[in-house]
Design a protein around this ligand. Sequence first.
Ligand SMILES: Nc1ncnc2c1ncn2[C@@H]1O[C@H](COP(=O)(O)OP(=O)(O)OP(=O)(O)O)[C@@H](O)[C@H]1O
Ligand SMILES: [Mg+2]
Length: 598
Amino acid sequence: MENRKIKILDKIVADQIAAGEVVSRPASVVKELVENSIDAGATKIDVDVIAGGIISLTVSDDGEGIAPDDIPLALLRHATSKLSDIGDLDKLYTLGFRGEALASISSVARVKITSQQRNIAGQSAYTLESNGGIVSDLKKAGRAPGTTIEVSDLFYNVPARRKFLKREITEFGHIADIVEKLIFSFPEIKFSLSHNGKKVYNSPGNGSLLDALSSVYPKDLVKKLVKIDYGIQKITLLGYISSPLYTVSDKSKQVFFVNRRHIYNATLSKALEEGYRNILEKDRSPVGVIFITLDPKDVDVNVHPSKREVKFADNTEIYSIIKAAVSSLLHSVVTECPSSDNYQPMVQSLGNQGVQIPRASVPGLMIERPSDSAENLFAFNKLSSPGSTVASRPAEIQHAMQALSPIETLKKGTIVQIFNTYLIEEKDGNMTMYDQHALHERILFEQLLKKDREISSQKLLVPEMVFLSKSELALLEEYLVIFKDSGFEIEFFGQDCILIRAVPTFLTNKNYLELFSQIITDILTIRKSEAIEKITESVLKIVACRSAIKAGDRLSDVMIQSLFREAAKTPNIDTCPHGRPTHVEFSQHDLEKMFHRT
Ligand SMILES: Nc1ncnc2c1ncn2[C@@H]1O[C@H](COP(=O)(O)OP(=O)(O)OP(=O)(O)O)[C@@H](O)[C@H]1O
Ligand SMILES: [Mg+2]
């Protein structure tokens, strides 16, 4: 092999290598240019992209402009008007500070800058082109105050990098992603984004975050957003999160800003999702656009050249604040539909308040329950006699069922049960359809969680002998308290056997064995990764699910009223503990569309 000697790279090659840190694809160029426009105080920024930005991209603004003599300087490395002293880094409020971006871009693409300074009487605009490091003379040009920077032929002189660019559509996708975040971050700036001459985004620039979100996200999502506004110590959170009824399959709509800078930080996403614990379906993610404001001293923005990552002085503090803010907002029974930024969360009122609830019980379950009050729907009652299994419908239930004649159900305000599974209500101009099982399941789960309800036990006449493996026995010993809290009374018996002496009263004859093994499996699967608190919650979900009224259970009027009365008091009522929706809504307009009336 030829002897390798250490050489100093020539300036052009060194610059191109350094540029790789800042400019990896067209989207990173857009980000740098738009951030410069924002730093220049622009109120209007237009981004025009041709062929995914590979052929060209242009950013125009109405900002303060660049003095003619400074235009060539702007292209030099470490030339910046934003930072002069390392101490400034701590109190940085501009997006740029390295004096790196334009130098990097011009080392790997052709760049044309045209700028006219604001408020300088009698001065014209000037333009300058940089082509492969060769910079043209300044020429006079025509332009209103502001700056236009056109970048074309990205990586024309670095074929290895150009080869890595993806298809036009993919590159444009990355650009749109960057512009979206900037639209959210600066709702007072009017942004437009076009691709191959077609407008993609056009934000109003009226200062409203909700309007900015509306210019990017679909209408049905924006309707389901809830405002978050939370402050503690020197940290504030402001933004929107989705109601549990709107979820997505990935985390792409979890967007965080720190002091207005869009950043990536896995801890923040995790905190947001933790706030939705027991509310969302598995593998579904919430939407959240959250602005975190804190003292610049408590966050380091200079950990990565692309400025996309930050390091918090106290990561755990930020995590707990976000989790607490999200969870307390969701627990305050909120419905969606913000119509403006001054939107006030409304308390959901589902019940027919003031209605005298007559006596009732739960039909359709395999056990007989005492029919002393409609509240029984929410109590884990005692079996009438040990081992009793067969339900006999109490007379008043039969009565209530007969009372549900078709004519009566059509009365305004009445809730109708269909398929013995769904409850339909007309409310606030919408037709809402509830899943009775999911609704009841959420109510019971929240009650169990708050320990409002005890799960009562029923002694078995003959204890059930269950054989377990060594590992199952060990697990049972470790988590005995969970089984006890779920209504099981267990005695260790011999080397590989236990006696179940009492079972939760809400279970039918032999079903407790099924529940018992389900709890064991559940603990086995999650115990490695989860804390005891989460394991308990998981078991309570099973208990709530088993005890709730089922699909197929016929409900009387009074039971429905009772169900709705409880629902009105229950947090997180939009979804069941497994995250499935408890209700779906159709507006009159939706129905009209279905019937082709509009
Ligand atoms: N659109 C613009 N309007 C006004 N001045 C601009 C504009 N774009 C660039 N400049 C000027 O050019 C300088 C160099 O820009 P460049 O993006 O290279 O560095 P920076 O923004 O200071 O730091 P960073 O590398 O972190 O972005 C800026 O400091 C600013 O003075
Ligand atoms: Mg910059």
